[in-house]
Design a protein around this ligand. Structure first.
Ligand code: TZP
Ligand code: MG
Length: 214
């Protein structure tokens, strides 16, 4: 396992839809100052040269906060930028193929909606799982909701850390208490907020209260 359960507590996923003139680096720095414990760079249509430059910049920033940093989907950018790993969905690269290309020491996260997918990802060499969408979300259109019961069943079925994603806000963390989830992964409730640092801090304080392995 290349990541620790405590790294999952507040997992920030970037989204350039929220940039509004600011740089992604500045936004991620605010989130890190607020205490996020993990960062995923999620780019869907960025020019590859810019993607690589941005990945290298944010890797350096995350290193200065000692926070793990992964790239959504793109193993090549992960390798070239020196990122700590990748996050892949069920329709993206197979976890075994990602492991073969990244080597044993990098982090691989996998999105899962069922116990079956979770067990397969763990067996294939995943380091952590992202489970959701737990709540309705405007950030990702091609997703469906996962019940709290399924989240609980997935957490029971695997030994690797699990992070809950999708529509997470500070007031939606308490219902996840007791599921076994190690933390929450968040896009809009961090990057869509007027005060990113304060939003991240509030999420962290709330997650510390209700989640994690105490
Ligand atoms: N995967 C499942 S839901 C989701 C992703 C990337 C979007 C989460 O975004 P938000 O804004 O935190 O609901
Ligand atoms: Mg994907």
């Amino acid at each position: 396992m290349n990541c620790r359960p405590e790294d999952m507590l507040v997992y920030a996923v970037t989204d350039r839809a929220w940039l509004k003139g600011e740089s992604l680096k500045d936004q991620v720095e605010k989130a890190l100052k607020g205490g996020v414990t993990f960062v995923q760079l999620r780019e869907k249509n960025l020019d590859r040269r810019l993607f690589l430059e941005e990945a290298a910049t944010i890797k350096e920033l995350c290193d200065s906060f000692h926070v793990p940093f992964v790239i959504n989907d793109d193993v090549e950018i992960a390798l070239a930028s020196g990122a700590d790993g990748v996050h892949v969905g069920q329709k993206d690269m197979d976890v075994k193929e990602a492991r073969r290309r990244l080597g044993p020491g990098k982090i691989i996260g996998v999105s899962c909606k069922t116990v079956e997918q979770a067990k397969a990802a763990e067996a294939g060499g995943a380091d952590y799982l992202g489970v959701g969408a737990m709540y309705p979300t405007d950030t990702k259109s091609d997703t469906s909701q996962v019940t709290v019961e399924t989240l609980k069943a997935i957490c029971r079925a695997v030994d690797i850390p699990v992070v809950a994603i999708g529509g997470i806000r500070a007031d939606r963390i308490q219902p996840l208490k007791g599921t076994g989830a190690d933390g929450v992964a968040v896009v809009s409730a961090i990057f869509g907020q007027p005060d990113i640092e304060a939003a991240a801090r509030r999420l962290k304080e709330t997650a510390e209260m209700y989640l994690g392995r105490h």
